[in-house]
Write a new protein. Structure first.
Length: 289
């Protein structure tokens, strides 16, 4: 039922659901992004397994749906998961995360594995996903991409992950929290210099924001404008090596807006392969005049 009107569509049958697990994507911000199929399954299922019953309860109330809610996450004890799987032999259970598509950096994969091992049918309902929405909004190359979840919270581990991914020739997609954003950008600036970076924030919400630039420039902006909300952090693929003096000068000029000449020379040297001392001398010339 959507705003008091029951969905009637030939593709949404009114018969009882087949017992099993239904993976249901939910909105990441704008509640209007719930799909008709998701509403139909949530109306007809026997119960909903969710991360936070309070969050899911608000969504169901908005949709005018009342269902039993069962708290579930991947840290649930095996016996609890076993009881939930066993219940699906004669009941239809919807699995939702707090926002977006379950199992994309959200709980659920152990439950799916157990269902398959026990011969329980599993059905997926596609829908909102912050990683895909951020990629589409960013304008970065998307013919292929690597989603790598959340970066580690510790700086050493964060840099190790970035170094491990440095040679992969594709757009990298991460989730990040607002308090850690500038630290993540600083690590990217050091480990992956001169990569095009995009910050997609508050996707589908009133204050949706997309900013692109070099890491150090973005740090300056977010230090002046502390971010809020959930963030998709995207890093463009490695730039091609640049041989011309004009291109090297352009990179130096941009780097010098936020870095000292020695730092700018080191950053551009990594990207272009041009000798660092040569670039430092040129950076001093550009700074002088």
């Amino acid at each position: 039922m959507v705003h008091g009107v029951r969905v009637t569509d030939a593709t949404l049958p009114e018969t009882a659901l087949t017992p099993g697990l239904y993976i249901v994507a939910t909105p990441i911000g704008n509640l209007g992004d719930i799909t008709l199929r998701a509403i139909d399954i949530l109306e007809r299922c026997d119960g909903v397994a969710c991360e936070d019953t309070r969050v899911t309860g608000k969504l169901l109330k908005h949709l005018g749906i009342s269902k039993p809610l069962w708290r579930y996450d991947d840290h649930s004890e095996h016996r609890d998961r076993g009881r939930l799987v066993e219940s699906m032999r004669d009941r239809a259970v919807a699995l939702v995360s707090d926002a977006g598509t379950p199992m994309v950096s959200d709980p659920g994969y152990r439950l799916v594995n157990d269902c398959r091992a026990e011969g329980i049918p599993v059905t997926v309902l596609p829908g909102a996903c912050a990683a895909v929405a951020g990629l589409a909004l960013s304008g970065l190359p998307n013919d292929r991409f690597l989603f790598a979840g959340f970066l580690p919270s510790k700086d050493k581990a964060r840099r190790e992950v970035l170094a491990e991914l440095a040679e992969i020739d594709t757009t990298l997609v991460f989730y990040e929290t607002a308090p850690r954003l500038t630290k993540a950008l600083a690590a990217i600036g050091d480990v992956l210099p001169n990569r095009d970076v995009a910050i997609a924030r508050e996707l589908t919400k009133l204050h949706e924001e997309l900013r692109r630039g070099l890491p150090h420039g973005l740090i300056a902006y977010y230090e002046a404008h502390p971010p809020k909300g959930e963030i998709v952090l995207l890093i463009g693929p490695p730039p091609e090596l640049i041989a011309s003096e004009a291109d090297a000068d352009a990179l130096l000029a941009e780097a010098l807006t936020t870095l000292k000449p020695s730092q700018a020379a080191a950053q551009v040297a990594k990207v272009t392969g041009v000798d660092r001392k040569t670039l430092y001398a040129r950076a001093m010339e550009l700074r002088a005049g």
